[in-house]
Design a protein around this ligand. Sequence first.
Ligand SMILES: *[C@@H]1O[C@H](CO)[C@@H](O)[C@H](O)[C@H]1NC(C)=O
Length: 335
Amino acid sequence: MNHGMRKNGDKNGRGGLLSWVGKTKNLIYVLLSVVLVAVLARVQLPRGQRDARSPEAADICREVTLTARGQGGRQELSAWNVSRYCEDITIDGACEELKDFTGLTDDEFQKRMERRGRFHFEGEHMFWNPGSKTELAWYYSSSVDYLFGNVVHRVNTGVLDRFLKHETHEPVLDYSGGTGNNAIYLAKKGLRVQYFGIGMAEKAFARYRVERNGLQDLVEFKEPYTRRTGYTFDPINGPLPQDGSLGSILATDVLEHIPNYHKVVEKMVDSIRVGGVIIEHSPFGSEQESSDQGEPDVRIHVSTGGISMEEAMGPRMKKLNSGSYMNVWVKMMSK
Ligand SMILES: *[C@@H]1O[C@H](CO)[C@@H](O)[C@H](O)[C@H]1NC(C)=O
């Protein structure tokens, strides 16, 4: 009886398996047909209506950026220019360091450096489409594409060498220091520097570079949240001490990203000592492109909002004629 049962069971089992294989075959045919129909259907679909998960969706997203309000640039970099920028002596091997930091292959790294298609930081901006000042700040905090955009941000060594002197101008706060190019250049010259930036990926990379180059003793990292700000994200009061204790502040290509930038400038002036300098380069969007009529201005390069840099700096600051691309302001008196 046991034997019979086992035999019966085997038979059922084998029969079950055979019919399962048969069903599976049919299932495979059905699946193949479905895939074929899907592929054919997809080819018929207009570009904009394709599956959002298709690789092209990200490129469509970028095409939208071509018509987006007020975003300058947008160009990809040619391979020739990427290598030219990466070989710039003022950034001293930063691209190699970034490649090591990311662990990406040559091709994966290259397409990001060339800002190809979906890898352009302006496409990333469009994708998140920040709708308020706080979302804009969160975009800058969480951006990964800015790593590759900012790593080739050359250092204006002529101006820094001329205006930043040991002791008189230390510590130098690099406000929104990107991948750390300025901070690392200055620390390599032996100056005490403070790095501040809200980009989490950029800051992690800047820390990596500081350690890799053995500059920990010269570079201090400032955070957008401190005990003083109640550990709330505050990119103004976090890094700016407002007590005249800083020797100088660098703000290269940052103020034009900040709506109501003059509020930051005022706190910067409060933060440096008399005789200290603020070195800035701020290519604002044109007044015509901008919208400052009550709505948050959330394009990449915002406008001045009608307030000139001279007004923003106020009577305590005097503009030195640096005769260069960057503006140098010196603090003449305290409040
Ligand atoms: C490299 O960049 C410059 C601008 O810096 C541009 O004028 C030039 O056409 C670019 N060259 C190539 C080969 O892309």
